[in-house]
Design a protein around this ligand. Structure first.
Ligand code: GTP
Ligand code: MG
Ligand code: ZN
Length: 361
């Protein structure tokens, strides 16, 4: 019997698949296996992360396995939702974590500000905003920076086109942000509009949605899946104190054959180690900066500043420079606290063993 695709299923209870390509497997992952591994491993994708277990899905495989971590220099690398794992064929214990096409990470709140992995191998990030007060260039640039850094294709979705007579103005403002950026303006409640997301949601494609509260993420997802179920509500789990928390991160099957990343915590994403993302999204400023007279030029009042000169020539907006500075400040302070943590971790001799016991969230 073919699987029922009318409803998104959580990774937790999903049926095993008949073909790894349905899960997003492809040459990028295949080429990481040597002939021996290919013969002696079971391949699985992490479709849900729970407090005490990972759920993996594969060909004829749907199973809860222990959390898995490997050492990466000074850092511990935990398998996260979306990751591909090689499992031992008999015990189904994880053996190896495959390199990722993309990785979304964030900084934990509180002291130490630990690095948390949110999801791996996401193909498309739908950055959702709407044709009203929520539309904010700075916020879009911030999300674009995250997408670029994570190496995920961004698609800007501007909802509530029905509430304005000037939807082209919103579209034009977004299109200008990155060369070749895909921008969709639509009414999130209308299936004929939302089919425009389908090219990114096909077989084996993994997608995620980000955007402020109320912009229409759940509406888009409901229209995409054509069910009333709000799939963006996390799976409820008991925490240590017996309270309910929505801590699980999971991939849900979409009717179009893709996988939807469902995770709390996408909203509070901070900019950490996003130098490359910033250089991509602010390529105009990144290109000019090396021509400044001083290497550490802050593009403020320094003489011989190429960035200020471009502003004076009318080639660059002062407001864009200010937005860039704000993001650079955020990224610098977050990245610095990570470096401090790393040094501290080394000093106390924390090893992979102890890290292995702790789940990644
Ligand atoms: N007119 C109109 N209303 C919309 C559109 N998209 C969403 N809405 C409405 O906007 C409200 C908020 O939409 P949600 O889908 O719940 O927003 P969300 O992004 O999921 O918000 P959070 O879950 O809080 O992050 C709902 O009342 C929707 O019906 C649209 O394209 N046009
Ligand atoms: Mg919602
Ligand atoms: Zn300068």
């Amino acid at each position: 019997m073919p699987p029922d695709r009318s409803k998104p299923t959580s990774g937790q209870m999903a049926e095993p698949l008949s073909d790894l390509a349905e899960l997003g497997w492809g040459p990028f992952f295949l080429q990481q296996l040597d002939a021996d591994e290919l013969q002696t491993s079971v391949i699985g994708r992490v479709t849900a992360v729970h407090r005490s277990v990972l759920h993996v899905l594969g060909v004829g495989l749907s199973k809860a396995i222990p959390h898995f971590a490997t050492a990466q220099g000074d850092e511990t690398d935990f398998a996260t939702v979306g990751d591909w794992l090689l499992l031992h064929p008999d015990t189904l214990q994880p053996k190896r974590l495959l390199h990722r096409t993309s990785l979304i990470k964030r900084r934990a709140a509180g002291p130490g500000r630990r690095l948390q992995l949110i999801a791996a191998n996401v193909d498309t990030l739908f950055i959702v905003t709407s044709c009203n007060q929520d539309f904010n260039i700075a916020r879009l640039e911030r999300y674009l920076t995250l997408a670029r850094e994570a190496e995920i294709t961004p698609v800007v979705v501007i909802t509530k086109s029905d509430l304005t007579d000037h939807s082209e103005a919103f579209e034009q403002a977004a299109v200008r942000l990155l060369p070749g950026l895909n921008v969709l303006v639509l009414d999130a409640r209308i299936p004929d509009d939302v089919v425009r997301l389908y090219p990114w949601c096909g077989r084996g494609q993994t997608v995620a949605f980000v955007g402020s509260s109320g912009v229409g993420k759940s509406t888009l997802i409901n229209t995409l899946t054509q069910t009333e179920r709000i799939v963006t509500q996390g799976i409820r789990e008991n925490d240590d104190k017996g309270r309910h928390t929505t801590s699980a991160r999971a991939l849900h099957r979409l009717p179009s054959g893709g996988w939807l990343l469902d995770t709390p915590g996408m909203r509070e994403l901070q900019l950490t180690d996003v130098q490359q993302g910033l250089d991509d999204v602010f390529a105009d400023i990144a290109r000019l900066a090396p021509s400044c007279r001083f290497r550490d030029c802050r593009h403020d009042i320094e003489p011989g500043c190429a960035v200020r000169a471009a502003i004076e020539r009318g080639e660059l907006d002062e407001s864009r420079l200010q937005r860039w500075k704000k993001l650079v400040t955020e990224e610098t302070s977050n990245t610095k606290s990570q470096a401090e943590r790393r040094t501290k971790g080394r000093a106390t001799g924390k090893k992979i063993k102890s890290a292995k016991k702790a789940p990644p969230d």
